[in-house]
Design a protein around this ligand. Sequence first.
Ligand code: GDP
Ligand code: ZN
Length: 361
Amino acid sequence: MVASYVTDIPVISSLEEMGWNEQLEENFSAFVGPYNAGRVSAAQRTHYDVMLPNRVVSAPISGALKKIRKYPVVGDFVVLLENLKTDSLVIVAILPRRTTLTRGGAGESSGEQILAANIDYAFIITDTGPDFNISRLERYLMIVHTSGAQPVVLLNKADLTDDLSPVWEEISDLDKNLPVFVISALKKNGLSNLQPYLQKGMTVVCIGSSGVGKSTLINALTGSDLQKTSDIRENDGKGKHTTTVRELYPLPSGALIIDTPGLREIRIWTASDSLDEVYGDIQMYAKECRFSNCHHLTEPGCAVQKAIVDGELSEEKFKRYQKIAKELAFESDKAEIGLKRFEKKKFMGMRNMARENREWK
Ligand code: GDP
Ligand code: ZN
């Protein structure tokens, strides 16, 4: 039996062009025997599409990996063992990941779900119009910083916005070294500035809220309608093995792009990734405040302010917390944030208490 080939993904002729580097080479050198190295281009239900030089194969993982629940994700470099008798390949190891993008972005907490691995640049796409939201952008930045990838902010739909100065003003508070580009994915304006991030062997992802223009940008970068094509194919009812889910593919520039449904749905706040989890330390200090309805601003006996003064708590983190808490109380766009209802209520309660407190004085 010939190892099942996946035919309609463009093949890449060398590991280097897939993003291979010296570190991976060193890790792989521990495997002596009929081993191959490749990169996972899609995770199917039971098999993985793996790019090898000049071909893409479909391979399962070994029983040993299954036993320890080590599952590859898109972008992983894996080691495959060749069974010469049956001419088939089995994934026997996942090489150490350089970066990992996880759902929720809360870091190494238990139960985190790795969505993709070995990403160099994350394009965070945002709107430039009235939908521009600085705290949402900050939350995407948090996800990317946690991943180890380098963030690149793309202010999209510039063709619809006459005056970008309000957006620039809000962005000016962010890290000065953060690359920010104004583009129009639809009109293909400003895309040549992205070339430094799209070099051969670099791996990029596009994240951002729904409707900001991720598909439009990816289609502009691939110079085709790949996204649409794969949607149509998914619906044509063909068997699993002939259905190609394109999750990692080369761009004409030689860079690789990862685009999965999971990445598209990235949200900082998921049910398991609550405010408590990320800002647990702030809430811990808050319990020590003299007043149970403390606003942590200028109240006497505020343990949060004390922690900031003592250098135990970062002021930046507290500011982000305040911003998010405020947003939770006032913003209408809660579905996207995905916070549990009771948490929202908790902040509404805090706000009302604060108001009552003020009226009392
Ligand atoms: P996604 O949900 O992030 O993948 O967003 P899409 O790529 O599907 O884009 C959502 C809508 O915004 C579509 O109607 C696009 O045509 C439109 N769009 C995307 N980029 C631009 C742009 O640069 N300018 C304008 N005017 N419209 C855009
Ligand atoms: Zn306080």
